[in-house]
Design a protein around this ligand. Structure first.
Ligand SMILES: C[S@@+](CC[C@H](N)C(=O)[O-])C[C@H]1O[C@@H](n2cnc3c(N)ncnc32)[C@H](O)[C@@H]1O
Length: 285
């Protein structure tokens, strides 16, 4: 089956209205953080961030399929020596919109810059918030399994007797674990911490994702021919990876130069461009 890419140039708040209801399987995005990068694409004051984002998350809720997932990469900044609370406020307001806050992944930035601050250490992680519309959503856990490695040889081989029988949950949740079940396996499920270096290649964008980041979530939450959306696509990392993995992709960015740049990187596939002047233009591969 042919896969497609759609690129919309403009403000996500408006451009998202052109995307049909319940048509997207996965949204992976990193919006501008509050007050960040004013010089390149405008910062939103941290007090106004929630009001700015909610009309966009309302549209994202509409376009996401009931089985779909929304991964939001965001981190609160430090304001006058304190962490700002806008991410927490945003989570609370998004829940009122109907979103379920199902999980939080941590992106551990393996290569963060060294530095010294008077009252904190260097910031080596960011949040990847997971939201869903339903408690049941598509998730292909086997696709992201990791090698057992040395863990199996060291810790698992020294198991106590209680570890070898099913250790039922003390709170009666019905969940339990039998660690010895994992002894002979080659692969284990990963944790919710992703250890990835920040993007080092010069991608002509100051805040590009490392490719492994959208790739991991695309594997976990989609199959071939599913549709992935990035409403703040920047250099288009999400689209390029989705394209390579044979997923349909949709990207939006307010800066026309970024849209041009993404267009040039994509493989020759069916590409639709939505620009302010030419509303619709089909580019032949
Ligand atoms: C943090 S960057 C995304 C980087 C991207 N993940 C990548 O890998 O290159 C955020 C992007 O959002 C775009 N942007 C900011 N406000 C926007 C809006 N209201 N609608 C659409 N795009 C917007 C900026 O131009 C910028 O490229």
């Amino acid at each position: 089956m042919e896969i497609f890419t759609e690129i919309y140039t403009g403000n996500s708040k408006e451009q998202l209205k052109k995307i049909p209801n319940n048509s997207v399987d996965l949204i992976v995005t990193s919006p501008p953080y509050a007050d960040q990068r004013k010089s390149t694409y405008g910062g939103i004051h941290h007090d106004e961030y929630v009001d700015w984002f909610l009309p966009i998350s309302e549209q994202l809720f509409r376009v996401l399929k009931p089985t779909g997932t929304f991964i939001l990469n965001i981190k609160e900044k430090v304001v006058e020596g304190e962490r700002s609370t806008y991410v927490m406020e945003l989570i609370i307001e998004m829940r009122k919109q109907g979103w379920l806050w199902t999980e939080e992944f941590i992106w551990h930035k393996k290569n963060c810059y060294p530095g010294k601050w008077p009252n904190r250490f260097r910031d080596a992680w960011e949040r990847l918030l997971q939201f869903n519309k339903n408690r049941k959503f598509n998730m292909y856990q086997e696709e992201v399994m990791v090698p057992m490695g040395e863990w199996a040889n060291s810790i698992l081989k020294k198991l106590s007797e209680t570890d070898k029988i099913r250790d039922n949950s003390k709170v009666g949740s019905g969940f339990g674990k039998n660690i010895s079940n994992w002894l002979d396996r080659d692969k284990a499920y990963p944790t919710n911490v992703l250890h990835l270096a920040t993007e080092c290649n010069n991608k002509n964008h100051s805040a590009a994702f490392p490719e492994e980041l959208p790739e991991w979530f695309i594997k976990l939450f989609t199959k071939e021919n599913d549709t992935v959306l990035d409403p703040f696509m920047g250099s288009g990392t999400t689209l390029v990876v989705a394209n390579r993995m044979r997923r349909n992709s949709i990207g939006i960015d307010i800066i026309p130069e970024y849209c041009e740049m993404v267009k040039k990187q994509l493989q020759p596939i069916e590409l639709y461009l939505f620009e302010p002047k030419a509303e619709y233009e089909k580019i032949k591969p």
